[in-house]
Design a protein around this ligand. Structure first.
Ligand code: APR
Length: 238
């Protein structure tokens, strides 16, 4: 199928697969994060209340890895940043990822619907702070000056994703929807494809292998994101 290049509003949903080649584990692939951690223990409010130290340690470790020299944006992140800077229309990234690799590659128009590793939130005021160092139960919150109120600014299972109004607005305008590196297992992100198809957008899935949602997409591009996303961006900018 030919991909036209006269789109006006491109929305790109990214998942852990776009950061996999940067050395960040995905969740559901073999040796993924959920293979070695109980989701309810480290990614739920109940888990946080039961054992806050386990949860702080889990996110502090991921935060440290993200800021280590071994992790940096890859060619797929850079290609999306180039698309945003050179494309005549609007490009919005809606990411399920909590890393900052889209930002570090130069993208600006980013919605983090599952939160951000490098941020923490005061449970009293709901204020969000960028905190690149470890947080734990004794961390003093700069708004209430109390210990024990700071939690990772991550959306846990059972909690409501962030910026859903902004997301719906972007999806309602898009004429091209790209889904890159996500298994399509988690809602509401997994429902975006149905919404944009009803609105008549062209839809492309890029993944190592076809997901169970693949048949919903107009085009399926199979392969590694670092190879296929730059090629796709080149076609969109040609
Ligand atoms: N290139 C392209 N796709 C890849 C690559 C790669 N190099 N490596 C892995 N993938 C694909 C896998 O085939 C898989 O479909 O990335 C996807 C990763 O799926 P998940 O591990 O389920 O990650 P994701 O879809 O982002 O999970 C969504 O689930 O646990 C929650 O909050 C968490 O945001 C996460 C959400």
């Amino acid at each position: 199928m030919i991909i036209p290049n006269n789109f006006k509003n491109i929305v790109i949903l990214t998942g852990a697969g776009i950061s996999a080649e940067s050395g960040i584990k995905t969740f559901r692939d073999c040796n993924g994060l959920w293979e070695n951690h109980d989701i309810m223990e480290v990614a739920s409010i109940q888990g946080f209340r039961n054992n806050p130290k386990l949860v702080y340690d889990f996110y502090n470790a991921r935060k440290a890895q993200l800021q280590s020299s071994e992790v940096s944006p890859n060619a797929a992140h850079h290609a999306l940043a180039q698309l945003e800077s050179k494309f005549k229309g609007n490009v919005t990234i809606i990411t399920q990822n909590v890393d900052d690799l889209h930002e570090r590659s130069g993208s600006h128009n980013i919605i983090h619907m599952h939160g951000e590793l490098l941020k923490a939130r005061c449970q009293k005021s709901q204020k969000v702070f960028t905190i690149k160092t470890n947080i734990n139960e004794s961390s003093i919150c700069s708004c209430c000056r109390e210990a024990g109120n700071l939690r990772p600014h991550i959306v846990w299972f059972g909690e409501t994703p962030l910026m859903l109004d902004e997301i719906e607005l972007e999806l309602s305008k898009c004429d091209l929807f790209l889904s890159i590196g996500t298994s399509g297992e988690v809602y509401p992100a997994a429902s975006f494809i149905n919404y944009v198809k009803e609105l008549g957008a062209m839809t492309i899935e890029q993944n190592l292998q076809p997901t169970k949602q693949a048949r919903l997409f107009d085009i399926q591009i199979t392969g590694e994101a670092t190879k296929e996303v730059p090629r796709l961006v080149e076609r969109l900018l040609s």
